[in-house]
Design a protein around this ligand. Sequence first.
Ligand code: TXA
Ligand code: MG
Length: 337
Amino acid sequence: MDTVLLSDNEADLLKAAELIKEGEIVGIPTETVYGLGADASNEEAVRKVFEAKGRPADNPLIVHLADFSQAADYTRFIPEIAYKLAEKFCPGPLTMVLPKNDKIPMITSGGLDTVGIRVPSHKVMHRIIELSGRPIAAPSANTSGYPSPTSAAHVMRDMNGKISAVVDGGSSEFGVESTVISIESESAVRILRPGCITKEMLEQVCSEVIIDHAILHELEAGQKAASPGMKYKHYSPKADIIMVEGDLESFIAYVGRNNGEGVYSLIFNSDSEVFPYRNMTYGKDSSEQAHLLFQRLRELDDAGAKKVYVRAPETNGVGLAVYNRLIRAAGFEVIRI
Ligand code: TXA
Ligand code: MG
């Protein structure tokens, strides 16, 4: 199959929407990362998404809508607190897990009776949903297990020949996937996957915000994941990623002792003046780290990195999302010095 690169003009967006209506898969830009979009109500189309990504069948897809008011068409029940959250954070990088109805086939929800609903803010994505008139299922457009794509070029790299088209909507604003939450009660939510809608932001609406244990810890054998995505190794480039927690001085000493061929470090911008070994920088604060992380992980592979020591980010605010992706990329290998 030839994968066509489309631009963000209206004629091309119409083409993308037509392809989705016909049951094809299209790489589409969102404000978080690029997605592999398909008609969420079309089982055959959704099957192709799982195939293109090589994704396990029990890992559910998020359904993207043009407006939160449409969530009622695909769910059995929407708690009041979900409307309050939607008022504040939709459109934007928030996914709410809600009880699904029959319009969402089981293949889309990975066999669960719930569905993750998200209203993206990216104008191109929004327009494609509108023009297609369909709920759009879209996982991140990477090969399963590899870092998520934050540009059309990344999607082309992973999906060329496997999908009908990719729409180029520029570089993704946030760079990490949406915050996924489940609703525990009319005053409490649980973060299943951290993102740029942070715990602190959710606390403006909910009196209790629980951080699911699986966000920072490896699941024990036999333990059930609240979010199936949490049980798989993720975001991993070919290079071996090792997270190192400690101050800059100890980090430099540690890398010095372990330096060798193919060894890189992923450091903060502020470290770069004094850091003496081969490195890439990934930003000056958590938001910039989120924006750059996946791109850097791909660039490290391109540079031929074999082993990458990463300075651990903070775990508050958006930092929790960055830390969560890194700890998975590292297969939970963290060194505390
Ligand atoms: O920002 C995003 O969310 C991107 C863009 C394309 O919108 N999409 C994305 O999709 O990251 P994906 O499939 O790569 O990740 C979806 C995550 C998985 O960890 C999955 O297990 C979880 O959300 N999830 C989806 N539906 C769920 C459900 N019904 N219950 C629990 N977890 C769910
Ligand atoms: Mg993903």
